[in-house]
Design a protein around this ligand. Structure first.
Ligand code: ZN
Length: 675
């Protein structure tokens, strides 16, 4: 009963209709609630970052064998942690090790200004898994001098090559991932998926030759390899496998996955783990597809996981995937309620405003779950997603379905840690403010659920059209996220949601519209420095959808730009008309995806999604600065500790450390498997 409290509480608030089961509050419940109230959600702030903590809801309800499974899966995840560092930039690991040696060996004044500046830099590097900002992709600028750094190296005996040392301070490799269409995307990106001198044209040519675009079930070309130039000057792939690149870390991942397989909850789950191990051993991308199909079908257990080279956002060409892990425990109660959406998915497809020829006659098996995260590693931490929908291969999604999860305990942690003031500052009327406050949580969750379950599953490609990665290239992710958002926006204003018992008032949809426009038109700009353009895919899609809607509704004043006392506001005047506009946008973006219309996609993103009005940007930064809330958050991970009695495992305990620095040093010592 003890751990049940918050997840249950949240889902009851979330439902907000009259389904609340009358529950007597027991003494135990009260103790649990109080424990939650004393839980330290936020531990520290530095630069533009807040460090938070989350709780593993539901842990106490697991059997010992299930706890063991979770433990092995989190260990497997951590075993690959170094990989993402190396993927992000070829000097990252060497730099991290030097920084950690300094932190551990420093005996000077920890209150001196230069040391404090040095520590801020180190924490920023830890947070970004490298020396480029996790979100803007720009190289982090140290605020201490090179002389000071040289002294620290000497005093602590830390080793660093001259080249790696120089890049901390110079302008070389200034951007991790460039999506600027006017540059050579590979030469302009520091990412370590391609040898530094390989050009975009060479890589595109390489994959053009390899890809069979008539194959209705294509493998994920290039997903698990680095492209290098050999001695003869020829370009080839070096695969990430047990015996190939990253082999020492992958061997360790396999070791833990084998243990996990030994305690799997059921046959399907065990078989999927077996296929994942084989894939890690061989690097065979056909095996990867087999694994994904098996993983999608393994829906019975209470434990699930993501582990491998998954998302391709960090490759400007969209082939190569970063390493990541999320280990999850099902949130039974909430999942049951959200199942309503997936049970009705065909309704949403049939009523969609997209063209009939782009609709799926039968939408297959999207399983949606609310889960509690039990551990993350690689690209998913310290900054984390709040929802995940996999696998990524379009044909597997079409033929076998996909799994979609909302990371409920992460969202709860954000709710708890949320600083006040933003809504007061950026809403125009009292009515808007109150509605936003009242419905923020439910509208956010509804949006996530609709985006993940209905959005990404909806629509189909025209026959003979390549995957969006091939046709829409560097705009594929932005357009796909925009498309999924538009599905969510369109349906969050559908009275059907009330009929299904998911919400009890259309004010939920209105709150979501206000929020989406406010964020997409201005609020998210607080995440950028002056002079920067919008780069990140999700930010691009939000601005694209909002700014394009503003433009489309101008004649009818659907969204109005207001100015009061020198402050700008975007106010929705007509929610019905805005819904119709979202429907039109959805129809067009689905057409672009279905037909692979690169030029139209490019024009939309470049016109609405990228450019920043410097005057408005400065205003947002000024207004946000007064509120003093860092724009980015990430998490200190819980630690799972086996409790042994002799050789027998008695239990696995959860601990919630508070110290980010200690955790990073511990990871560096215990979970580092690359040279
Ligand atoms: Zn998405």
């Amino acid at each position: 009963m003890k751990q049940l409290s918050y997840a249950l509480l949240a889902s009851i608030i979330f439902m907000s209709c009259n389904q609340n089961k009358e529950q007597e509050t027991t003494v135990e419940d009260k103790a649990a609630v109080e424990e939650m109230e004393n839980f330290e959600w936020e531990t520290e702030q530095f630069a533009d970052i807040r460090m938070l903590r989350y709780r593993i809801d539901g842990w106490e309800k697991l059997s010992l064998k299930q706890k063991e499974l979770v433990y092995y899966l989190t260990q497997a995840g951590l075993a690959g942690r170094d990989i993402v560092w190396d993927q992000y930039y070829r000097h990252n690991l060497e730099i991290r090790r030097a920084l950690e040696t300094i932190v551990k060996g420093y005996e000077g004044d920890s209150e001196s200004e230069e040391w404090k500046k040095f520590m801020v830099y180190v924490k920023r590097v830890w947070f970004s898994n490298g020396i480029h900002h996790h979100y803007s992709n720009l190289k982090l600028k140290p605020e201490f001098s090179q002389d000071y750094f040289t002294k620290l190296l000497a005093k602590t005996g830390a080793q660093l090559s001259p080249e790696a040392k120089a890049v901390i301070f110079n302008d070389k490799d200034g951007k991790k991932v460039s999506k600027d269409a006017d540059t050579d995307l590979l030469l302009a990106s520091a990412i370590n998926f391609y040898d530094p001198d390989i050009t975009q044209a060479e890589a595109e040519e390489f994959y053009k030759k390899m890809i069979d675009s008539d194959d209705p079930r294509p493998i994920s070309y290039g997903l698990n390899s680095k492209l290098v130039r050999d001695e003869k000057g020829e370009i080839k792939e070096v695969k990430w496998t047990e015996t190939g690149m990253y082999g020492s870390a992958i061997a360790e991942i396999i070791k833990w996955l084998e243990k996990a397989k030994g305690v799997s909850e059921n046959k399907a789950q065990g078989e999927a783990l077996g296929l994942l191990i084989e894939y890690y051993r061989t690097g065979d991308l056909k095996k990867w597809d087999e694994y994904n199909i098996a993983w999608v079908k393994a829906t019975e257990g209470d434990i699930d996981y993501i582990n491998s080279f998954i998302e391709v956002y960090d490759d400007p060409l969209g082939y190569k995937a970063t390493y990541e892990t999320v280990v999850q425990i099902k949130d039974f109660d909430a999942s049951e309620k959200m199942k309503v959406i997936s049970d009705n998915i065909q309704y949403f497809e049939d009523k969609s405003p997209i063209m009939n020829e782009h609709k799926k006659a039968k939408v297959t098996g999207v399983t949606y779950k609310m889960v509690a995260v039990a551990g993350e590693a690689g690209a998913t931490t310290p900054a984390t997603p709040i929802g995940v929908n996999l696998p990524n291969a379009n044909w597997i999604r079409t033929e076998h379905g996909s799994k979609s999860v909302s990371l409920a305990n992460i969202e709860n942690a954000y709710e708890h840690a949320k600083g006040g003031g933003f809504l007061e500052e950026f809403t125009f009327t009292k009515e808007e403010l109150e509605r936003s406050k009242k419905y923020a949580e439910i509208s956010g969750k509804m949006h996530t659920a609709l985006h993940e379950v209905v959005g990404h599953a909806s629509g189909k490609l025209n026959p003979g059209i390549g995957t969006p990665k091939e046709t829409l290239k560097n705009y594929a992710s932005t357009l796909e996220e925009g498309r999924a958002d538009l599905v969510a926006l369109y349906y969050i204003m559908d009275p059907k949601l009330i009929e299904l018992g998911l919400i009890d008032t259309m004010a939920v949809g209105m709150a979501e519209y206000d929020n989406y426009i406010r964020n997409g038109m201005m609020l998210q700009l607080r995440r950028l420095n002056m002079g920067e353009q919008v780069e990140e895919d999700h930010m691009r899609n939000r601005q694209l959808v909002a700014a394009w809607a503003y433009e489309m509704g101008k004649a009818d004043n659907v969204i109005e730009r207001k100015n009061l006392d020198g402050k700008t506001y975007f106010v929705v005047n007509d929610y019905k008309k805005l819904r119709a506009i979202f429907g039109k946008q959805l129809r067009e973006i689905q057409r672009i995806k279905s037909e692979g219309d690169y030029e139209a996609g490019k024009l939309l993103v470049e016109t609405y999604g990228v450019k920043v009005d410097p005057k408005l940007h400065q205003e947002v930064l000024d207004r946000a600065a007064k509120l003093n809330i860092p724009p980015y958050s990430g998490f200190v991970q819980p630690v799972l500790r086996p409790v042994m009695s002799g050789d027998t495992l008695k239990d696995i305990e959860v601990m919630y450390p508070t110290d980010f620095t200690q955790q990073m040093l511990m990871y560096g010592e215990q979970h580092s498997f690359l040279k």
